[in-house]
Design a protein around this ligand. Structure first.
Ligand code: PPE
Length: 305
C-alpha cells in the first residue's frame, strides 16, 4: 500500500524531516534482515488521538530484541515517549506508527556483536489493510504452500524484519492465485497464523486461536479480542487448530493492528459463513474500544504529549 508522507520521523533521538530520514546502503539491517519492529495504530477519539496499547507494543519490541540478542539503546519509557511525540508533531487525527530498531552502518558480516543499533519511528495515515469491506464481505484465504518458520529456524515470536520474507512469499502467492491473504501452517502442519494477522476459528460455538508454540506472533490484537470476546460472553480458547478445523468452521476472522478485525468468507474456496455473529459483534466492539468509547479500556488508549 502506498505511503503518504508526513512531516517528521524520529531517528535516534531527533525529529528529522521525512525526506531526510535515510540510511546508508551498507546498513547491516538492509543486508541481513537484522531488525525488530512494531506496527501500532493511533485512533481519533473525542479527546484527540490515542495510541492503542502503545506500552504493550513497545514491550514486545524489547522482547523481539532480546530474542535476537540486540540491545536497544533507549529505555521502554523513552521509546513510548518518542512514539507520542511523533504522533503529536505530525498532527494527524489517526495514523499507523512504525517503530523499528536495526543494526546500523559500520560493520559488515554475520557477527552482529560489534554492530550499532539505530532506532527510528515513523507514522503515516494507513487505511484498511485488507480492504474497506473486510468485515462485512470478508476476505478469501488460501492455505499457503509456504511453511511458517520453525522455532529453531527463525523464532516466529520475534517481530524481526527478516521474518517477513516468509510472510511476503505467502502473501504474494495468495494474491497471484486470486486470494486476499494467506494462512500459514507450522512445520508440524498445524495452523500458525496469517502473513500479517492472527486467526480465530469458531468451532462448536467456541473461538479457537493458535498459541505462540504453534508459530504465531503473540498478537496484541489477539489478546484485545480475547478480552472483548469475554466481555461479550463468547468463549475463546488458545489451542491448536488443524487445517480441517478451517474447512468446517462456523466462522473465521483474522486480526492484527493493521487489519483490525476482518472476517473470512472462504478458505481454499470452501465457503465459510460470513460475516459470522461473533465476528460482527467483536469487530464492532473493537472499533468502539480503540476509539475510547468503552469504559474499562481507558488504560489502553494512550494519549500523545
Ligand atoms: N502475526 C503477524 C505475522 C503479524 O505481522 C502481525 C501484525 C500479527 C500477527 C498481529 O499482531 P498485532 O498487531 O500485535 O495484533 N502485522 C502488522 C502488519 C505487517 C505489515 O507490515 O504489513 C500489523 O498489523 O501492524
Amino acid at each position: 500500500m502506498p505511503i503518504t508522507p508526513t512531516d517528521k520521523i524520529w531517528m535516534n533521538g531527533e525529529m528529522v524531516d521525512w525526506d531526510r530520514a535515510q540510511v546508508h546502503v551498507l546498513t547491516h539491517g538492509l543486508h541481513y534482515g537484522s531488525g525488530v519492529f512494531e506496527g501500532i495504530r493511533a485512533y481519533a477519539t473525542d479527546d484527540g488521538p490515542a495510541i492503542f496499547r502503545l506500552s504493550d507494543h513497545i514491550a514486545r519490541m524489547f522482547d523481539s530484541a532480546r530474542i535476537l540478542g540486540m540491545e536497544l539503546p533507549y529505555s521502554h519509557a523513552e521509546l513510548v515517549d518518542a512514539c507520542k511525540q511523533v504522533v503529536a508533531v505530525n498532527g494527524l487525527p489517526s495514523c499507523y506508527l512504525r517503530p523499528i530498531a536495526y543494526l546500523g552502518y559500520g560493520e559488515m558480516g554475520l557477527n552482529t556483536l560489534p554492530c550499532s543499533v539505530d532506532v527510528a519511528i515513523a507514522c503515516w495515515p494507513w487505511g484498511a489493510y485488507l480492504g474497506d469491506d473486510a468485515v462485512t464481505k470478508g476476505v478469501r484465504m488460501k492455505v499457503s504452500s509456504w511453511t511458517r518458520h520453525d522455532h529453531n529456524t527463525m523464532p516466529p515470536a520475534a517481530k524481526t524484519t527478516g521474518n517477513y520474507v516468509n510472510s511476503s512469499l505467502a502473501k504474494v502467492e495468495a494474491l497471484n492465485a486470486g486470494y486476499d491473504e494467506a494462512i500459514m501452517l507450522a512445520p508440524n502442519g498445524l495452523v500458525a497464523e496469517c502473513s500479517g494477522e492472527n486467526i480465530f476459528v469458531a468451532r462448536r460455538g467456541r473461538l479457537l486461536t493458535p498459541p505462540l508454540s504453534a508459530g504465531a506472533l503473540e498478537g496484541i490484537t489477539q489478546s484485545t479480542v480475547m478480552r472483548i470476546a469475554d466481555d461479550l460472553g463468547f468463549t475463546t480458547v488458545v489451542d491448536n487448530v488443524a487445517r480441517s478445523d478451517l474447512y468446517v468452521a462456523e466462522e473465521i476472522f483474522v486480526c492484527g493492528t493493521a487489519a483490525e478485525v476482518s472476517s473470512v468468507n472462504s478458505v481454499d474456496d470452501r465457503p465459510i459463513p460470513c460475516p459470522g455473529p461473533m465476528t460482527t459483534a467483536i469487530a464492532e466492539r473493537y472499533q468502539e474500544v480503540v476509539s475510547g468509547r468503552v469504559d474499562g479500556y481507558e488504560d489502553w488508549c494512550e494519549r500523545p504529549v
